[in-house]
Write a protein that binds this ligand. Structure first.
Ligand SMILES: Cc1cn([C@H]2C[C@H](O)[C@@H](COP(=O)(O)OP(=O)(O)OP(=O)(O)O)O2)c(=O)[nH]c1=O
Length: 217
């Protein structure tokens, strides 16, 4: 199990940290994005069950999975192990899916599945849903929200899709593309939060931290 502690960013380093964030994720994208908040971060990937019953809406799926990820890490951890020098310790759980006509797409099972997903997404718009849960260790105070961002993908041939899937990039990503990587070439435009598509809506997280008494930036 990974455990990294990222130091506060230079803009905040003169002040004592207001909270330690525990990122309940194995996603390197989320590790990169959470650093933008400028708070110390501990990384604890969650082993939460990510299966959901048929019929759940995309918003319910991402919110519920973000709750499960945050709870799994909060319950497994020895609180003293997570306690930094900051007065608060807050677990951050997050989940991202792509929704096309209200139907959820997670990560592709294999290359054929990735090609099938991209064949459906090309030439039209879809929504990316990202759910976030903040859970304070000790008090159990929790808040869950989600962001929806619209992504328009350009028209792609089967050959272009095949070449992109061959790069391997789609395999660990919802909807089989990474907007921050080679997938940038597939995206015509977005309406919403780029960071949410990448896996963590950092401005929403900053807003969600306010009820915990944490003022950012
Ligand atoms: C649409 C899209 C998704 N993604 C990623 C974000 C998420 O990491 C992933 C969706 O899977 P998730 O199940 O949300 O997350 P994860 O398994 O990668 O990490 P963890 O559960 O440990 O937190 O897809 C991109 O990186 N770029 C994109 O453009």
């Amino acid at each position: 199990m990974t455990s990294n502690v990222t130091k506060t960013s230079s803009s905040h380093s003169a002040e004592a940290a207001q909270a330690t964030l525990v990122l309940a994720s194995s996603s390197p994208r989320r590790q990169e994005l959470i650093a933008k908040l400028g708070l110390p971060v501990i990384v604890r990937p969650s082993d939460a069950d990510e299966t959901t019953p048929a019929g759940w809406s995309p918003a319910t799926i991402v919110e519920e999975l973000s709750v499960r990820k945050a709870k799994a890490v909060a319950e497994a951890a020895d609180p003293s192990e997570l306690k930094g020098s900051a007065p608060l310790t807050i677990v951050v759980g997050s989940d991202t899916i792509v929704a096309l006509d209200g139907e959820a797409m997670g990560k592709p099972k294999d290359k054929a599945d990735a090609e099938a997903m991209l064949a459906r997404l090309q030439g039209r718009s879809h929504e990316v849903y990202t759910g976030v849960t903040l859970l304070e260790i000790g008090t159990g105070q929790a808040v869950t929200r989600h962001n929806v961002t619209k992504v328009r993908m350009r028209t792609l041939t089967a050959e272009q899709i095949r070449r992109y899937v061959e790069t391997g990039e789609p395999m660990d990503k919802a909807g089989a593309y990474g907007i921050q990587g080679g997938g940038a070439l597939l995206v015509e435009g977005i309406d919403g939060d780029f960071y949410s598509v990448m896996g963590l809506p950092v401005s929403l997280v900053a807003e969600m931290l306010e009820p915990f008494g944490i003022a950012l930036p």
